[in-house]
Design a protein around this ligand. Structure first.
Ligand SMILES: C[S@@+](CC[C@H](N)C(=O)[O-])C[C@H]1O[C@@H](n2cnc3c(N)ncnc32)[C@H](O)[C@@H]1O
Length: 287
């Protein structure tokens, strides 16, 4: 039996997104990992798990501070993209594995000094994932939860730009929230289970209740076509999810984005994406 999303007879939530991910999202700023290394005392000898690694947006930054990373994701296209990027960068010491929070205990990986989940924890059964990690993380170890590397459509992003509101409205027109398959998915059966609510509270109730956090505000600038490519990495908007509606959707989105920011003439018009990355560290409390 396969251990990826197909074992649930569900398509990968991110099917078709990997190439857009690599091209249009970016790795997290290195300062996030230097700060993490300071707080956790990482000195290049530790072992780490990157759960929900995607094509490695956090994996490579993390790998710079530890001896080895096991990078796990249920989406084989994401893993293939990660392996290709690793080869390009000459980054060895990363073991890319197909699996998920649900199959973690059976993968034969670990133990680890830390487990990082970047823009992925909210797709997991969080208490069950932390219980599984409790078995895999060494005494003195930690879990690290990082929020996204793109503000995209998130309504709670501080200083959310006007173009993001236009993108959100376009998304709502094309994929009304009530029809988004993640909302329809049978949550207890799905590899992809959107979790609402605060991760901090879930962490506080786990074996990793010694909480510390920090955050970074950063930004990126996109042309309109780069921005459309970036939005193709959002689950409901991937080329696979949109199918034969893709070209019409892209045209509509383009028009909405340009109307939302009608300042400079094309092709110089740039869209600034403010990004707010929060890092939540949970350590085993010391007695
Ligand atoms: C938004 S992407 C984040 C990728 C990367 N970590 C980053 O920060 O850019 C979310 C990733 O989580 C993976 N994922 C979703 N549900 C998962 C689960 N239950 N266990 C492990 N990974 C999961 C998806 O396949 C996807 O690659």
């Amino acid at each position: 039996m396969r251990i990826d999303a197909l074992s649930n007879n569900l398509p990968s939530l991110f099917a078709g997104a990997a190439e857009y991910y690599v091209r249009y999202r970016s790795e997290y700023p290195a300062v996030i990992f230097t700060e993490l290394a300071t707080r956790l005392g990482l000195d290049g000898r530790q072992t780490a798990l990157d759960l929900g690694c995607g094509p490695g947006m956090a994996t490579f930054g993390l790998a710079a501070h530890v001896a080895a990373v096991t990078a796990v994701d249920p989406d084989h296209e994401m893993l293939a993209a990660g392996r290709a990027l690793a080869a390009e960068k000459g980054a060895d010491g990363i073991d890319w594995r197909e699996g998920s929070s649900e199959t973690l205990s059976g993968l034969g990986v670990g133990p680890f000094d830390l487990a990082l989940m970047a823009a992925s924890f909210h797709w997991m059964d969080r208490p069950a994932t932390l219980a599984a990690l409790d078995e895999l993380i060494n005494p003195g170890g930690a879990v690290v939860i990082v929020t996204g590397s793109m503000s995209g459509l998130a309504p709670d992003t501080p200083n959310r730009p006007v173009w993001a509101e236009a993108a959100y409205a376009t998304r709502e027109r094309w994929v009304p929230s009530r029809r988004r398959w993640r909302d329809d998915a049978s949550s207890s059966q799905s590899t992809y289970t959107l979790q609402r609510g605060e991760s901090r509270a879930v962490l506080a109730a786990s074996a990793f209740a010694g909480i510390d956090s920090y955050e970074l505000h950063w930004q990126r600038s996109h042309t309109v076509d780069e921005l459309i490519g970036l939005l193709m990495t959002v689950p409901d908007l991937t080329p696979t999810a949109l199918g034969d509606r893709l070209d019409d959707f892209r045209a509509d989105l383009r028009e909405a984005l340009l109307a939302a920011q009608p300042d400079e003439p094309l092709p110089d018009r740039h869209f600034v994406e403010p990004i707010w990355t929060q890092v939540l560290i949970g350590r085993r409390p010391t007695d």
